[in-house]
Each structure stands twice: as C-alpha cells, then as structure tokens.
Design a binder for this molecule. Structure first.
Ligand code: HPA
Length: 279
C-alpha cells in the first residue's frame, strides 16, 4: 500500500538533488533522446530514490532528469514502469504522485501505440482526446490518499482541451500530420488478437497500447493538466497480413523521435508561465 510519508521522503530527496519542477514528460518506447532538449540538466537514478520500483532491465536503472525549457523547469522520466513487468499499480504510478509533490501541474504523457483506426499510418502523431480502460485495473483502488484528490475523481475531461489545441497548432506549424484519437489500454505483454482489435474498434478506440492510462488517472486525481501523445508504430493486429514485432515498434518510434522531440519542446515553450512552488 502506498504511503504519503514514503512519497514525501522520495520527493524530498529528488528535490534536494534536482530542485522543483512545474512540467513533467513521460517518454514512451523508442522516444528517448528528449533529454537533449533540456538546458542545465541534473539527473537522479531511480535506484538512488528510497522506495522506488526496482528496474526489471539489468543495467538500465532509469532516471529522472530535471532541466529548463524556456521558463519551465521540466522533469523528464527516462524509463517508465509498466504493469506487464509485474509492478503493482502503486509502483507504476508512484512517479506521478512524486511529480505532484515536486510542484508539477502539467504532465505530457507519451507512448508508442498500434493503430486500430484504419485511416492511421505508422509515423502518425496522435493527440489523445480520451481513453478506454480495458485492463480491468485501476491505480486508485485501495485507501484514497485524500491529500492528492477525491475518492471518486471525475474523468470526463481527462485530456486537457486547451493543451490538445496547443499541441495540434504546434504540430501544424512544424508540418507534422497530427490526428486526435481515443487510446485503449490493454495489459499486455502479448500483443492483441485480431478479434480483440475488431472489438476495440467497435468500442470506439483509435489506438491500442500497454501504458499511459494508469499515469493519466493518477495525474488527474492529483489535479494535473494532462496532454497525451501517441506515436503510431504499427497497424494493430490483423489489420495487415503480418505479425507484430517489438523491434518494428522500436524502429518506428526511432524514425519519428526527432519530430516528436521538437513538438514536445515547442508545446512546453508555449505553456503559461510557470509558477514553481517550493516544497
Ligand atoms: N498493441 C499494444 N501495444 C503496442 C502496440 C500494439 O499494437 N504497438 C505499440 N505498443
């Protein structure tokens, strides 16, 4: 069970090393390299943070990096935790609660996703307008942490409409084709079956993936504004007559990485002036 005191201890330690932040970015598979956009970066490895989840990938501890973009202090989560790795929902979302304690009020959450919508193509950027949770899990299950938010938080405006408009405008300025769509969260780690993808399409989703929704639910519970951006790395199962391989997903993420980093930097540069609150 997650405990407020443990979260506070972890946040104090990060603040001591890296200072506070007002904006956070969670990077999806194959979208690394964004740290190069940060001025004066300071980092802290996850394994230095008390109570933090232990990485399941040997030699890749993951880290938080805090740096500046325009007048924003940006906290970048390099390496995220997925429930398919065996982490509890508390551990998957612990970083988001810590972000909140560090003063973060805007979260940009990104992912690699499969296209359920037949009009999408690998390489497309999609600004999330809503999600469907088909995982059967909810990260807020258990005792409510009242200091963060209410027992029954509203999810009717999950992805902030002003941020979505800003993201679409900035994408257009960069000459990128960005769409808006609904993301469906599946547990993984196996990719979906063609029958599941047909079902997901009927239910109203445009994209499918194995992340983003738990962090988004917790960020909304904390009262953060959330922007979700998917990069389409493959057509979902059964759309094409071929199998899906993780290597293909990573390679497609890599191909779009540069434009994606530019877009996120432009968006952060246009966010309202930061109000850093000291802990
Ligand atoms: N399904 C689930 N997760 C994914 C996919 C997919 O097709 N592509 C990238 N992440």
């Amino acid at each position: 069970m997650i405990d407020y005191k443990d979260l506070k201890r972890a946040a104090s330690m990060i603040e001591h090393s890296c200072g506070p932040a007002d904006t956070a970015v969670i990077l999806g598979s194959g979208l690394g390299g964004f740290e190069e956009e940060l001025l004066d970066p300071i980092s802290i490895a996850y394994d230095e943070i008390p109570g933090f989840p232990e990485s399941t990938v040997p030699g890749h501890a993951g880290r938080f990096i805090v740096g500046t973009i325009r007048d924003h202090r940006v906290l970048l989560m390099s390496g995220r935790f997925h429930s398919y790795e065996g982490y509890s929902m508390d551990k998957v979302t612990m970083p988001v609660r810590i972000m909140s304690l560090l003063g973060v009020n805007t979260l940009i959450v990104t992912n690699a996703a499969g296209a359920v919508n037949l009009d999408y193509r690998p390489g497309d950027l999609v600004i999330l307008e809503d999600f469907i949770n088909l995982s059967g899990r909810n990260p807020l299950r258990g005792r409510n942490l009242d200091r963060f938010g209410p027992r029954f938080p509203d999810m009717s405006q999950t992805f902030d409409s002003e941020l979505r408009t800003l993201a679409l405008e900035e994408a257009q300025k960069l000459g990128l084709s960005a769409k808006q769509g609904v993301y469906c969260w599946m547990n993984g780690p196996s990719y979906e079956t063609p029958a599941e993808i047909r079902m997901i399409r009927i239910l109203g989703a445009d994209l499918v993936g194995m992340s983003t929704v738990p962090e988004t639910i917790v960020a909304r519970h904390c009262g953060m504004r959330v922007l979700g951006i998917s990069t389409v790395t493959n057509m979902a199962a059964g759309v094409l007559d071929k199998q899906i391989h993780h290597e293909e997903v990573l390679a497609a993420g890599e191909a779009i990485r540069e434009s994606f980093c530019k877009l996120v930097t432009q968006i952060i540069g246009k966010l309202p002036e930061s109000t850093i609150v000291e802990m």
